[in-house]
Design a protein around this ligand. Sequence first.
Ligand SMILES: *[C@@H]1O[C@H](CO)[C@@H](O)[C@H](O)[C@H]1NC(C)=O
Ligand SMILES: *[C@@H]1O[C@H](CO)[C@@H](O)[C@H](O)[C@H]1NC(C)=O
Ligand SMILES: *[C@@H]1O[C@H](CO)[C@@H](O)[C@H](O)[C@H]1NC(C)=O
Ligand SMILES: *[C@@H]1O[C@H](CO)[C@@H](O)[C@H](O)[C@H]1NC(C)=O
Ligand SMILES: *[C@@H]1O[C@H](CO)[C@@H](O)[C@H](O)[C@H]1NC(C)=O
Ligand SMILES: *[C@@H]1O[C@H](CO)[C@@H](O)[C@H](O)[C@H]1NC(C)=O
Ligand SMILES: *[C@@H]1O[C@H](CO)[C@@H](O)[C@H](O)[C@H]1NC(C)=O
Ligand SMILES: *[C@@H]1O[C@H](CO)[C@@H](O)[C@H](O)[C@H]1NC(C)=O
Ligand SMILES: *[C@@H]1O[C@H](CO)[C@@H](O)[C@H](O)[C@H]1NC(C)=O
Ligand SMILES: *[C@@H]1O[C@H](CO)[C@@H](O)[C@H](O)[C@H]1NC(C)=O
Ligand SMILES: *[C@@H]1O[C@H](CO)[C@@H](O)[C@H](O)[C@H]1NC(C)=O
Length: 371
Amino acid sequence: MASRDGASCALVALCLLMQLALPQAATTEPLVPAMFVFGDSTVDVGNNNYLKNCSIDCKADHPRYGVDYLDQAPTGRFSNGHNLADQLAQLLGFAESPPPFLSLREESRIPQMMSTGINFASGGSGILDGTGQHLCGVVLPMSEQVGNFSSLVKSANQTAADLVSKSLFFISVGSNDFFEYLGAKHSPNATEFLQLLVSSYSTNLKGLYAAGARKFSVVSPSLVGCVPSQRLVANQTKDFDRFNCLAPANNLSYLLYPEIASMLDDLSTQLPGMNYSLGDSIRMAELVFNNTHTPNIGFTMLDSACCGKGDFGASACNVSVPLCKNRSSYLFFDRFHPTENASRFTATELFSDPGKFVHPINVQQLVASHP
Ligand SMILES: *[C@@H]1O[C@H](CO)[C@@H](O)[C@H](O)[C@H]1NC(C)=O
Ligand SMILES: *[C@@H]1O[C@H](CO)[C@@H](O)[C@H](O)[C@H]1NC(C)=O
Ligand SMILES: *[C@@H]1O[C@H](CO)[C@@H](O)[C@H](O)[C@H]1NC(C)=O
Ligand SMILES: *[C@@H]1O[C@H](CO)[C@@H](O)[C@H](O)[C@H]1NC(C)=O
Ligand SMILES: *[C@@H]1O[C@H](CO)[C@@H](O)[C@H](O)[C@H]1NC(C)=O
Ligand SMILES: *[C@@H]1O[C@H](CO)[C@@H](O)[C@H](O)[C@H]1NC(C)=O
Ligand SMILES: *[C@@H]1O[C@H](CO)[C@@H](O)[C@H](O)[C@H]1NC(C)=O
Ligand SMILES: *[C@@H]1O[C@H](CO)[C@@H](O)[C@H](O)[C@H]1NC(C)=O
Ligand SMILES: *[C@@H]1O[C@H](CO)[C@@H](O)[C@H](O)[C@H]1NC(C)=O
Ligand SMILES: *[C@@H]1O[C@H](CO)[C@@H](O)[C@H](O)[C@H]1NC(C)=O
Ligand SMILES: *[C@@H]1O[C@H](CO)[C@@H](O)[C@H](O)[C@H]1NC(C)=O
């Protein structure tokens, strides 16, 4: 019963926000001066397009990506439309995510954009430096994203540097580390692997703090065993969990979340003025998977990709494979990534959830805090 209430409550919040956020975006200042984005393909808005040696599997610069974006343009977003970074940016009062770092570098617009935000995220990347290199060839790992941001702050003037402490740092990363670990025959063991992830994550957050960041919105990896590509593996190995997803993959997600939570808690006591909001994507996914018969969550196709062929639509997404017509009823757009409407659901929870899915505060409270 509680989860059913949660579902309708989430929908009401969603509807209210959609009515309120749009006029607000057009008429008032954003809630933060700037937003800086870090992480993987859940939030990349085109950095990988600029990496010449990054493979096609790790780029979304071709149709049918962007089929619901302005002019149906494939921008590098791994989505039919806007992604999670865009939708959180919209709730903050921006038009969409700030632009990709590598596009700005080419256009010499970095100094100007330091005052409104930059997106450093790179599809295929992970918390660990090596993640993504085997599959993608070249990606920007978290440490490089953080390093690149820190160099920009060092070369910025004082005004721009002051804005950093009032800005939102949005981070979504970790799933690719899991995929590679599972493919690598579980070595080292899970306990050691998770410790490695958390300690590397912590180092990266400290790097951002040292560069002036104070307000962190962090999204934990979701139930990665439930994406179509992993459901296909589960159907082959018969290693199912209660959602018919790949059990060893989801187990890693369940184990990592409390580790990230206590890491953030520790950091906020060590680092003066640091505030954070941790989004529990696992609980958000559970809400959807627990309520398969509750139509008001809005998604009726929970296991197959909209763009893809074969079992679970788990092939690559491109113009030669089928594209579903009813994108708004699909949870997944391609074999790894949510649809625009699925990430809107997540963004709305991150922004305004009263405490079920975000801890200790939501993003709206985070940006209003005065460290
Ligand atoms: C891209 O790959 C080619 C061939 O492997 C290599 O020669 C070149 O140095 C690489 N470029 C970059 C930027 O890594
Ligand atoms: C500082 O940099 C910002 C852009 O980040 C620019 O708009 C502003 O004019 C610069 N201020 C000074 C005093 O140079
Ligand atoms: C980003 O950081 C990496 C590693 O520190 C460096 O090699 C690279 O040149 C930087 N990229 C840009 C565009 O500054
Ligand atoms: C994982 O490996 C470490 C070091 O080799 C060992 O101390 C620990 O007992 C192992 N944990 C499990 C659950 O196997
Ligand atoms: C997943 O975790 C559950 C509970 O902790 C355990 O019973 C199960 O064996 C684990 N499955 C895998 C595949 O690791
Ligand atoms: C933000 O962090 C500061 C100190 O780190 C703390 O005093 C304050 O209560 C926090 N604000 C919120 C809204 O949690
Ligand atoms: C989903 O259902 C499981 C099993 O009944 C429960 O433990 C879990 O808390 C539920 N999740 C949510 C978000 O309601
Ligand atoms: C799962 O695999 C079986 C064969 O083992 C196949 O018949 C079935 O269609 C697959 N399920 C889905 C949803 O693709
Ligand atoms: C599209 O993806 C399919 C399925 O993975 C693949 O067989 C095909 O070669 C791809 N076509 C193009 C044009 O990339
Ligand atoms: C997303 O949901 C909204 C409202 O439910 C709907 O109007 C829109 O068409 C959907 N967008 C896509 C791309 O499915
Ligand atoms: C499309 O999705 C919406 C929302 O889930 C649903 O109301 C509608 O019946 C679906 N239409 C078709 C043709 O599947």
